[in-house]
Design a protein. Structure first.
Length: 251
């Protein structure tokens, strides 16, 4: 049975993490894990993430304006994500996973700094046919092999390089994260690496409401932002995520 204090902590953490996800379209698992790990074992914190992460990703996916068009444009990337994640699940463990997380964080921070300096890149439409599946497979391999639940490299830089409208970009991130989450679960199941989350089911359900509330508030804030402000906030969020991954792995 969870204490009142534990319930309050879970609520506050997922409200904050949901707010970040609502604004920039990502960051709920990493933010929540970082805050929860201070007071509970990582495995317990990860179990709490199961339902809020999946539901908020699905909400982000289906409340955007262009699901059909984005899916038709990105389906080869999503297929690559599934193939790469299932193939790579469970390949790296222990110290190797920490090294992979540090490298991911450093790469993400560097990309964010380039974006803040307005030195980003654009993917020409004529090259999407071959780049999309390659990015998908690579993202899947990074996700599956590291088993970190961080689905951002190289998917996020690639999606941002397509120069989508801010709402389309957030919806595309929701599509990528949803597919990655489901594929990672399938891959870990095949590898026999899943631990039953039954003991944490109550806490995970309790975490859903504040996560959705925070995401609702964050989405409202995002819709009031100019494109330039959103761009700055987006890259600042990537920078924070990258630094957290790199420092957490190094310490």
């Amino acid at each position: 049975m969870l204490s009142i204090g534990a319930i309050a902590l879970i609520g506050a953490v997922f409200l904050a993490a949901g707010l970040v996800k609502g604004v920039v379209g990502m960051g709920l698992p990493t933010g929540a894990m970082g805050l929860l790990a201070v007071t509970m074992p990582p495995a317990q914190a990860a179990a709490l993430l199961l339902i809020p992460s999946l539901v908020t990703n699905l909400w982000q996916l289906f409340t955007g304006p262009s699901f059909g068009g984005l899916f038709r444009r990105l389906w080869t990337m999503m297929a690559g994500v599934v193939i790469g994640t299932v193939a790579g699940a469970g390949l790296l463990t222990g110290a190797h996973t920490m090294i992979a997380s540090a490298a991911l964080g450093a790469a993400l921070a560097l990309y964010a700094l380039l974006g803040l300096a307005k030195a980003g890149f654009t993917t020409p439409a004529r090259h999407e046919a071959w780049i999309s599946p390659l990015v998908g497979v690579t993202t899947g391999l990074v996700t599956g092999a590291g088993a970190t639940g961080v689905f951002v490299i190289p998917a996020v830089p690639y999606l941002q390089s397509l120069r989508l409208h801010k709402e389309d970009l957030v919806q595309a991130l929701g599509l990528s994260f949803t597919v990655s989450t489901l594929a990672l679960g399938l891959g870990l199941f095949r590898a026999g690496a899943l631990i039953s989350p039954t003991a944490q089911l109550t806490g995970s359900i309790l975490a859903l409401a504040p996560a959705l509330a925070g995401m609702f508030i964050g989405q409202a804030l995002r819709q009031r932002m100019s494109v330039e402000t959103f761009r700055t906030v987006f890259f600042a969020g990537l920078l924070a995520l990258g630094l957290y991954l790199a420092l957490d792995a190094a310490l």
